[in-house]
Ligand binder design. Structure first.
Ligand code: IVH
Length: 690
């Protein structure tokens, strides 16, 4: 290849000519590779062409050709990135910290699979890189899209930025499925991070707190040329959707990744059993400080992909993997103040305001003090020096007070018995640890926190409506309740005139709100902020009731203790009486119902699709009873749910199907009485076959 001129030195006319040449040249290479099976350049040279194309386009965005090799689905939305839905969700991992917890993980895997207590489990151990996870979609071996994890279902489309990374193959070498999503971690090496921060400081630019933030900040750049200039690396470690099986074990899959041109962490290793995993953990802890990049633990994955499939997922994490984190990092700091925060349910939570301190690469300014008993138990006082720790992703905790550093004249902390925001009485019901403001919706703190929850990422996810804006709009009477959010576009001119706004941002906000008028039922339920109703519960409810009118009607009936609707609600697997009570309480409050109906009038609420429509179990309510032989009860339940069924524990008129294991007793009789269909375990297996 001829010597390349610096992209920064190109004139527009030169850039245009070179983009035309690159488009033709890359297309010719693609034809040679895909149609004639006779590539004429090395993969490295091919990738270099694509990167050059991306770099020139980044500098001359107006010159991007319709036939450019970089053309991709979904252009960035004004002021941000387009969203991109992952074909298969991007999951997170459950954590363990101690050998005993790892043993528990192994036991739960064996129990789920119905294996003996001593059955060996083969794992692959991989250092857990502290970066940000991304998903790369390849069609016919060609990179077509790249996205951040986002909420796990939908991320940001950062294709153009990812294309600038040398570690991201534009084209997979050798055979690849027609479609495959490859997942991995983008990270910045420690030395690169230090050099970047030095350069940023010299230029008077933003300093990053740690390599993870630097990697995330570098990838989420609206200008791909900035990303291109940052030293980002990638290790690939997982797959999402694939059109064809690519390996039988995770170890073999890692080999395929290497073959396709990805970097796979060279420290990844097959481990024959639990003892080898424990030894690997120790070895990695010892090598951690000497590695070129940050790791915060080791990920252990069951090697056999068929077992992985059987194990499936629980909530947002796979049952077949766990992250064994290294012990928490600790540091000392001084408590400057104790602030009381009021949450959306009125809970008063004490937070320690600390002299800023670096704990394991993160600048910490606050730590939770949990509740008043916890403050009393540790006797935490303003002015105290305390030991802090960060464990996993959780907020920093205060481990202990350093007694001999306590200054003279401190006093025990007196927890307030009134809400610091609205002044209402704050009560602590007998037997509970949490003190709550009794101000309800009249308390601005509660109202604001509920609104913040309402627009949060897993709820309505309204871009441009952050915590600060909500608090300001609430203070000025622009938003009193959630329904007012959807009336904001009518006030666009007034918003544009506000300080710090302007026509463009006001219009963007109106558009972001309009885009969320259509909302899946599960998100709406979650957004309401009902106590104990988190994302997973909201999804369960949406799937169980199917539509908003059906859910609303059932909840109104369920207000009556002992009603059939209340019993049915409490017997949904994963709900239970405590959550049923919270829902009933929420619906018993007329203001809540009024708010909900106001919202329903403004929104288009999507019905919840049965998880896997088109199979015999989708939408069915199933009960398992008796002893199952071929799979454990847990696996059967998980399988049924994965197929879109609802699993409940008791047989009622609403039950569609009862699966009878051996020695089925009263539930089998009840099914016969009610005329509910029953099937044997063998028939169930035929139905549930993947
Ligand atoms: S596997 C279902 N492997 O850890 C599989 N994750 O705590 C999910 N991570 O979001 C991911 N190194 O960002 C996997 N070798 C590795 C990893 C890894 C780092 C991150 C990843 C994930 C997070 C979960």
């Amino acid at each position: 290849m001829s010597a390349e001129r610096d992209v920064a030195a190109l004139s527009a006319a030169e850039a245009e000519a070179e983009l035309a040449r690159l488009a033709a040249e890359i297309a010719a290479h693609d034809r040679a590779y895909y149609e004639q099976d006779a590539p004429v350049v090395s993969d490295a040279d091919y990738d270099a062409l694509r990167r050059r194309n991306a770099a020139i386009e980044a500098r001359f965005p107006d010159l991007v050709r319709p036939d450019s090799p970089s053309r991709r689905v979904g252009a960035p939305a004004a002021g941000g990135f387009a969203k991109r839905r992952h074909l298969a969700p991007m999951l997170s991992l459950d954590n363990v910290f101690e050998p005993a917890e790892f043993t528990k993980f192994c036991s739960s895997v064996r129990r789920f699979l119905g294996l003996g207590e001593a059955a060996p489990l083969a794992f692959v151990g991989e250092p857990k890189i502290d970066g940000l996870s991304i998903s790369l979609t390849y069609e016919h071996g060609r990179l077509v899209a790249g996205a951040t994890r986002g909420d796990g279902l939908e991320g940001e489309d950062v294709t153009a930025n990812l294309r600038t990374l040398a570690a991201v193959p534009q084209r997979l070498h050798g055979d690849a499925p027609a479609l495959i999503e490859i997942r991995g971690e983008v990270f910045m090496a420690k030395a690169d991070f230090l050099a970047l921060n030095a350069a940023q400081a010299a230029a008077g630019e933003k300093i990053f707190a740690n390599p993870r933030n630097a990697a995330a900040g570098s990838l989420r750049q609206l200008d791909p040329a900035v990303t291109a200039a940052r030293p980002l690396s990638l290790f690939a470690y997982a797959m999402g959707e694939t059109s064809a099986a690519v390996a039988a074990t995770h170890g073999a899959f890692l080999d395929r990744l290497r073959g396709w041109g990805f970097a796979v962490n060279p420290l990844s290793r097959p481990l024959a059993g639990e003892a080898e995993a424990v030894a690997f953990q120790q070895e990695m802890a010892g090598r951690r400080a000497g590695l070129a990049y940050d790791i915060d633990g080791v990920v252990y994955k069951i090697d056999d992909l068929a077992l992985q499939r059987r194990l499936g997922f629980a909530g947002r994490a796979p049952r077949w993997a766990t992250a064994w984190k290294f012990p928490a990092e600790q540091a000392e700091s001084v408590i400057e103040a104790i602030r009381i925060q009021v949450g959306r349910t009125g809970a008063l939570t004490p937070v320690a305001i600390l002299a800023p301190v670096n704990v394991g690469g993160v600048l910490v300014r606050h730590a939770t003090l949990h509740n008043e008993d916890e403050i009393a138990r540790k006797d935490v006082r303003i002015g105290d020096t305390v030991v802090l720790q960060r464990a996993g992703d959780v907020i920093p905790q205060i481990v202990a007070v350093v007694a001999d550093k306590r200054p003279a004249g401190t006093a025990a902390f007196a927890f307030p018995d009134h809400c610091p925001v609205c002044g209402s009485l704050a009560l602590r019901p007998p037997g509970e640890v949490v003190r709550r403001c009794t101000g309800g919706l009249t308390c601005p703190a509660q109202a604001v926190e509920r609104l913040i929850h309402f627009v949060s990422r897993a709820a309505f996810d309204i871009e441009g409506l952050g915590e600060k804006t909500i608090a300001e709009f609430h203070a000025d009477g622009l938003i009193r309740g959630p329904a007012d959010i959807f009336r904001l576009p009518a006030h666009e001119a007034a918003i544009a005139a506000r300080e710090g706004w302007g026509e463009v941002s006001a219009r963007n906000l109106s558009q972001a709100i309009a885009a969320r008028r259509r909302i899946p039922l599960a998100r709406l339920i979650y957004a309401l902020g009902i106590r104990r109703v988190g994302e997973a519960t909201a999804r369960l409810l949406a799937r169980h009731y199917g539509s908003f009118p059906a859910w609303r009607a059932a909840m109104l009936e369920a207000r009556v203790i002992g009603s059939e609707a209340r019993e049915a609600l409490g017997s949904i697997s994963g709900i239970g009486p405590a959550i049923a009570e919270e829902l009933a309480e929420f619906f018993a409050e007329p203001r809540n119902l009024a708010t909900l109906d106001e919202l329903a009038g403004l929104l288009e609420i999507e019905d919840a699709p049965p998880a896997a429509a088109g199979n015999a179990l989708a939408g069915q309510t199933v009960v398992f009873t008796g002893q199952l032989r071929a799979m454990t009860r847990q696996e059967a339940k998980a399988r049924a749910e994965a197929l879109g069924a609802k699993v409940t524990d008791s047989v009622s008129r609403k039950t569609d199907l009862v699966v009878l294991g051996e020695d089925a007793g009263s539930k089998a009789r009840r099914a016969a009485e009610l005329g509910v269909r029953t099937i044997s375990e063998a028939e169930w297996q035929a139905l549930a076959e993947p």
